[in-house]
Design a binder for this molecule. Structure first.
Ligand code: NAP
Length: 290
């Protein structure tokens, strides 16, 4: 009661979580996390704050405060945020990407939950990555996080199919680093070489599209004739829910999944890091993802 009369002291010490990036207005993360906080009666709120690369210093005002519970980082800040925090876990260090900040014993630690979230999402189609040979199209931020998690979590071999352009050397460097620091062998092929790409699709168990191809147009990087039952096809795109690649995969009898559940499970991983508790995934699925 005494506290209630003092306007400067809140009754409860509500913790604050954020999503930083730009644009963030249409993100479903605030809905997902606020519903989860309410559901487990965790005294916190989650808010999306639009911050672009030029104004990234503004993040410091939020993440250094006492009431800071944690944050998600999205495009275009996933790499630039690294200089604003104190240390990185191994997935962030290897991928060069941070999508989650967690305050731990007075310092701010960067994690990436994108890759683990992707692996978790495969449970939705009864798939797992243990000892699997995996072909991933693209080598951007999402691909790198997934590659690192696949390599740390037991994939047998990863092949990155990438355009032969100015970023090829850095991606080859990245593949060597992951091969050295994990038990998994990672190699890079030229996505423009149709013979090599054809062989790669034939030899692998799981195919992942981590490029934006298929998002705005009815196109795919993989010819339908290469798809077969027994190949699992994943597209990180979730809008549209069925890209041309996934429509082809369905017709060819492949297991397939889009990026919707990766979004859910990366959020669930972040939630666990901040609260120590499991996200009420079924409730979130039924309320927001159905
Ligand atoms: P990014 O960093 O911009 O990387 C995009 C990658 O795609 C690059 O390697 C780029 O190749 C490649 N690429 C683009 N156009 C291509 C084309 N026509 N042919 C061949 N390769 C092409 O993007 P990102 O953040 O990794 O995101 C990639 C995709 O994943 C997007 O569709 C995004 O929406 C989706 N995503 C989904 C989730 C989820 O939760 N479901 C999370 C993150 C991202 P170069 O290296 O040659 O430039």
């Amino acid at each position: 009661m005494v506290i209630e009369n003092n306007p400067r002291k809140p009754i409860f010490n509500k913790k604050k979580a954020y999503l930083f990036g730009s644009p963030v207005a249409h993100s479903i993360s605030p809905k997902m996390h606020n519903l989860s906080f309410d559901e487990i009666k965790f005294n916190a709120t989650y808010k999306a704050i639009d911050i672009d690369k030029i104004h990234i210093d503004a993040v410091d005002e939020y993440i250094r405060r006492e009431d800071f519970l944690g944050a998600n980082i999205t495009m275009p800040l996933k790499t630039d945020i690294i200089s604003h925090i104190d240390r990185l876990d191994i997935s962030s260090e290897l991928s060069g990407s941070v999508n989650t900040i967690v305050p731990e014993n007075g310092s701010l630690v960067g994690y990436t939950t994108d890759g683990a979230g992707f692996i978790d999402s495969l449970g939705e189609i009864d798939e797992n990555i243990t000892d699997k040979k995996i072909l991933i199209l693209g080598a951007g931020g999402a691909a790198k996080s997934i590659i690192v998690s696949l390599a740390l979590e037991g994939a047998h071999r990863i092949t990155i199919a990438k355009r032969h352009n100015k970023t090829i050397d850095s991606v080859i460097e990245f593949s060597k680093k992951v091969s050295e620091k994990t038990p998994c062998d990672v190699n890079v092929i030229d996505i423009g070489d149709s013979t090599i790409l054809r062989e790669a699709v034939t030899e692998n168990d799981i195919l992942i599209n981590a490029t934006p191809v298929g998002m705005t147009e009815d196109s795919t990087l993989i010819d339908k004739s290469l798809l077969r039952p027994g190949l699992t096809v994943c597209d990180l795109i979730y809008e549209p829910a069925m890209t041309k690649l996934l429509l082809d995969a369905k017709e060819c009898g492949c297991k397939y999944i889009n990026g919707k559940y990766m979004l859910l499970y990366q959020g669930a991983r972040s939630f666990k890091l901040w609260t120590g508790q499991n996200m009420p995934v079924s409730k979130v699925k039924n309320t927001i993802f159905s």
